[in-house]
Write a protein that binds this ligand. Structure first.
Ligand code: ADP
Length: 479
């Protein structure tokens, strides 16, 4: 039984939840204790008690702990990657990559702990000096989704601790294993009791307690738009700080002058890999008419070579969908696309068993062509391996179509034109822009986040993470 971590103790809960492998639903990864609302309150109390001391801990202490955690994560990349692929269903190489990313994030923020910035300015008054410094925010509630079971907890926990905050982490119900492994690493890392707490459980009770508790100074949330709105409303009502990363409907533009193979590879990678279950996934490919037919033919050819199978089997390109509910949602959108008149050019078929006969949620990547901007498959986030192609006349129409969305996380373009690449970087209405690169796949040391309906609040990751996890102080001194 894997337990919750509250105030440095491993604690049971009122319920137990099985963690099931989506590649083989007969495979039980483990039983995970589910916290109740009272445990969330206890975790907040423990974090609050630990805060006065941790907020004054030295940069060296924070560096040593975060660096040690990063070293352990990197050293155990194969084992943790195997667990991650087993519980989430992304392929083993993708999962190991995510673990490496998480380890590097801890290393990066270990360094950040040593670099607290500040400014010294002259006052407008004679003889007075001004200092602008950053202090920890307080107790932070971190609420994470299932699609990056280790990297997203890492990119919230590491900056929170580096900047002197105390943490209550509530991971997604479907993937408690990786978050538990992170809690175990941090528990043994030398962190004082209560600085980091893990409460596994339902969003509607455990998560809701974190949103409403006046002792929680900030909430960093990644998940659905619906829950994000709830986080915003609850935090606004009590004037707590919040940061949201939600959905995407990321466009990938392919222009006539693009390198065809490169463009196909980008669309394939960010449309279908990780089973399309990434908020940075491309789900709309917008193609100018001179290259459209060649692009679609080449993409369909490449799609035929993709192997959908057990996430941990060598040679698998795409693992299963995470669970039955998500599979039902993917299939519903495939039905909607057909009903709206789009052409299903490839894929979209379900297999209930993989090549070895193991039961799981296998969906072949689906490609819709001849789609139009108003179709629901082009406006709503599906979160599965479903890609739609829109045909446009020229660059101007491509850019307008790319920006015609309620979301604004990532936006990509394939072109050999410097003029179009430069114009697109400036005019794409997205937090992240990729030129001749897939929209998914970002570095760990630079800001991550979107615009419009995708995100709210300061950027995550990199140096910009300090904007959420610290508060600014302006101090005046008369010498
Ligand atoms: P998804 O559909 O991707 O699971 P959710 O927004 O439902 O997205 O879940 C993201 C995270 O938010 C999960 O950890 C979930 O438990 C949590 N959550 C869900 N509902 C609430 C809520 N009412 N209050 C706080 N957290 C919630």
């Amino acid at each position: 039984m894997f337990k919750n971590l509250i105030g440095g103790e491993w604690v049971n809960g009122p319920r137990v939840s099985p963690n099931i492998n989506p590649s083989d639903t007969r495979d039980l990864i483990g039983l995970y204790a589910q916290a109740g609302p009272e445990h969330a309150q206890q975790a907040v109390a423990a974090a609050q008690a630990a805060f006065p001391s941790w907020s004054l801990s030295t940069p060296q202490q924070r560096f040593d702990i975060l660096d040690a955690a990063g070293t352990e994560i990197l050293a155990r990349r194969q084992e943790l990657g195997d667990l991650l692929a087993r519980e989430e269903g992304k392929t083993l190489p993708e999962a190991v990559g995510e673990v490496v990313r998480a380890g590097n994030i801890f290393k990066f923020f270990a360094g950040e702990a040593l670099r607290p910035g500040g400014e010294a300015l002259a006052s407008v008054r004679p003889g007075v000096g001004v200092e602008v410094t950053r202090e920890p925010l307080g107790v932070v509630g971190l609420i994470t989704p299932w699609n990056f079971p280790l990297a997203i907890p890492a990119w919230k926990v590491a900056p929170a601790l580096a900047h002197g905050n105390c943490v209550v982490l509530k991971p997604a119900e479907r993937v408690p294993g990786s978050a538990w492994a992170l809690a175990d690493i941090l528990h043994r890392s030398g962190l004082p009791r209560g600085v980091f707490n893990l409460v596994m459980g339902r969003g509607s009770d455990v998560g809701a307690v974190l949103l409403g508790d006046p002792r929680v100074a900030g909430i960093s949330f990644t998940g659905s738009v619906v829950t994000g709105r709830r986080v915003a409303a609850t935090c606004t009502a009590r004037m707590a700080r919040f940061q949201l990363e939600m959905g995407g409907k990321n466009p990938f533009v392919v222009l006539d002058d693009a390198d065809l193979d490169g463009a196909v590879q980008c669309a394939l990678q960010s449309g279908f890999f990780s089973t399309g279950q990434r908020c940075t996934a491309s789900s709309r490919v917008i193609v100018t008419e001179g290259i459209h037919d060649r692009f679609v033919a080449a993409l369909v050819d490449r799609m035929k070579t993709l192997k959908v199978d057990d996430a941990r089997k060598p040679g698998t390109d795409i693992g299963p969908v995470v669970d039955e509910r998500q599979l039902a949602q993917d299939l519903e959108y495939i039905a909607i696309g057909r009903a709206e008149g789009a052409t299903l050019a490839a894929g979209g078929t379900v297999r209930e068993r993989n090549a070895d006969g193991a039961p799981g949620f296998y969906l072949s990547p689906a490609l819709f062509t001849e789609t139009s901007p108003a179709m629901r498959i082009n406006t709503e986030e599906i979160f599965g391996p479903v890609l739609s192609v829109q045909r446009v006349k020229n660059y101007d129409e491509a850019l307008a179509t790319a920006n015609d969305t309620a979301f604004g996380l990532a936006s990509g373009i394939a072109t050999t034109s410097l003029r179009h690449a430069t114009h697109f970087k400036r005019h794409a209405q997205a937090g992240m822009v990729m030129v001749n690169l897939p929209t998914a796949g970002v570095d760990y040391h630079v800001p991550f986040g979107g615009r419009k309906g995708s995100s709210h609040g300061p950027r995550e990751q990199g140096r910009h993470a300090a904007e959420f996890y610290t508060v600014v102080k302006t101090a005046y001194t008369q010498a």
